[in-house]
Design a protein around this ligand. Sequence first.
Ligand code: FE2
Length: 205
Amino acid sequence: MKYFTDQVRLINGQFDALVVPIFPSDRIEQHSINTRLNETENENLHVDVCKDARQNHHLRLFVNLAVVQRIWHTCHSLEHVLKTSLNLLDEDFLRKSTPGRICHDLNFAVFKGFAERGREGQPKHIVFFEPSEVWGVNSRKVSHQIFFGRKAVSTEHAIANDSMTNQSSHYYESVNRYRNKLPRPIQAQYPFGRAPPELRAAGGI
Ligand SMILES: [Fe+2]
């Protein structure tokens, strides 16, 4: 057991030593490192979501610890989904919900749930990660699916938003950009009853 925990500590230390030189300006506020030793097969496509209020930017690195390839599918970016599929969600929900909740519901609207994994009908890239390969991904903005994998380590470094090189690329900003383009409700567009006569006649205001 001691050998195992020493090895885990060694790997964790290597991640910490890797992140700072690659992303020197990112201010890390918190980090967690997960060791996944269970075999994973045919997950559902999704972007990672956090349903709570605005969160730090998350920097994620992965390493394939297995002696076989780890296989991912990737699909549309969050930007693409927001651009093409926001109309699948209820307008009132879009106006009132946090960006995390919106991403959560978009996952189901576009990529379906776990029960329909592999049958959601979306185009996919296939990526083969070699044993020991290390990769990074903004998993809140690139949809992904573990198709097959054995052992892996993943990190989640919470980066202070004000230290991001491009703060407008935070997923929160992306969601807000697109939902702010929604047509405003008639009442908001025409306050004080000054709607065009045809709308007033139709009972629109
Ligand atoms: Fe994920």
